[in-house]
Design a protein around this ligand. Structure first.
Ligand SMILES: Cc1cc2nc3c(=O)[nH]c(=O)nc-3n(C[C@H](O)[C@H](O)[C@H](O)COP(=O)(O)O)c2cc1C
Length: 346
């Protein structure tokens, strides 16, 4: 891997992800979900609880920071800021792809410094499926151990890989590689998309895998077709990215498909939501329709770029809005929002 090219690409990703035209806004499906207002909640707002467990970890809420790569100059400081605030607030944090660590010893040192800065943070490791296919499992296990991660996320990104001039669009052998990882991994394996979601057919394909969770990361937020197209002006990649600028399954459609697909399955993975979740109400809707956890990428990054205080204020807002949604649907906690019929599709 050309490391200079890698750093330049990551810097492009970070810059472009802040551009509003890189968002598939309006496609998440949350506008189609209505939460019923309860004008008479038998509750005191101060008793509303967002408390959620990520396995053994007592988290502040079902919210987590979605995996984001910041593998360029300045990226380390940003990751440390995110990790410190995440740890303080008890929000789990998905780290960006650890692909670079497979080849670059410097990257390993960087992750060690990150862990030292936030010793109590709950981290999720991260690797792309194309890298998993070609990497010996011992090396993958080392990525998890070196960071003391609570889980490993494998990300799926076929649209991004095919629209990226330096991409590796080969997913042949992917299911086998996932099967093997699930078998040997001591920590839960989480399968996630990166903004294009899961269709019913893909959900069927992964049915037999012993996954800890599936994070649908659906259409409606950051769109990697658009971002890669934005890096390649004047090329065939740019032209094709415009054709595929809202390719994918919406976050809501992906969640509903997973819920229906797994209905009769006894042992099923947790269902996680991300992709276009922009406020506490979106998060509440995702939970009401079946998600156990909700992830945010772009809005966290945007707040973190403005500094620690802005990130805290943004997290306060998300938690407050989620509590309002619970109170006004008459739900005392997250389980109550999920148990009863609190919503309808409009
Ligand atoms: C700058 C940036 C870098 C990202 N890098 C990764 C990554 O390394 N691994 C991964 O699984 N997802 C990555 N993602 C995707 C996010 O985790 C998430 O799935 C996607 O952005 C949709 O969420 P959002 O609409 O809240 O941004 C990245 C997102 C952003 C904005």
């Amino acid at each position: 891997m050309n490391l200079d090219g890698f750093e330049a690409r990551k810097a492009d990703h970070l810059r472009l992800s802040m551009d509003p035209s890189m968002q598939a806004a309006g496609h998440s499906g949350f506008d189609l979900i209505h939460l019923f207002h309860d004008a008479l909640p038998e509750l005191d707002f101060k008793d509303i609880s967002l408390h959620t467990k990520f396995w053994w970890f007592e988290a502040a809420s079902p919210c987590f920071i979605s995996s984001m790569t910041a593998g360029h100059q300045g990226g380390e400081a940003l990751n440390i800021r995110l990790a410190k605030v995440a740890s303080e607030r008890r929000w789990p944090m998905g780290l960006g792809s650890q692909r670079r660590e497979l080849q670059d010893p410097k990257a390993h040192e960087e992750w060690k410094r990150l862990r030292a800065a936030a010793p109590n943070a709950l981290f999720f490791s991260n690797l792309g499926l194309s890298q998993l296919i070609e990497t010996p499992l011992e090396k993958v296990k080392a990525l998890i151990e070196n960071l003391g991660s609570a889980a490993i996320i494998i990300h799926l990104n076929p649209l991004q890989e095919v629209l990226q001039p330096e991409g590796t669009p080969s997913f042949l052998g992917g299911i086998k590689a996932l099967e093997k990882l699930c078998k040997i991994s001591k920590v839960p394996v989480i399968l996630k998309e990166t903004g294009s979601g899961f269709s019913p057919a893909t959900l069927l394909k992964i049915r037999k895998l012993k996954l800890g969770a599936v994070d649908v990361s659906g259409l409606g937020g950051t769109h990697w077709g658009r971002i890669e197209g934005g890096r390649a002006n004047g090329t065939i990649f740019h032209a094709a990215s415009q054709t595929f600028d809202h390719w994918g399954e919406s976050t809501v459609a992906s969640l509903l498909a997973a819920k229906s697909n797994w209905r009769r399955q006894k042992k099923r993975p947790e269902l996680w939501a991300s992709g276009g979740i922009r406020n506490g109400l979106d998060a509440a809707k995702a939970i009401a329709i079946g998600a156990n956890k909700v992830g945010f990428a772009k809005p966290v990054l945007e707040a973190a770029l403005s500094g620690e205080a802005t990130l805290h204020a943004w997290m306060d807002r998300i938690e407050f809005e989620l509590k309002i949604a619970l109170f006004c649907t008459g739900s005392k906690d997250i389980a109550a929002l999920q148990k009863e019929t609190k919503w309808q599709k409009i």
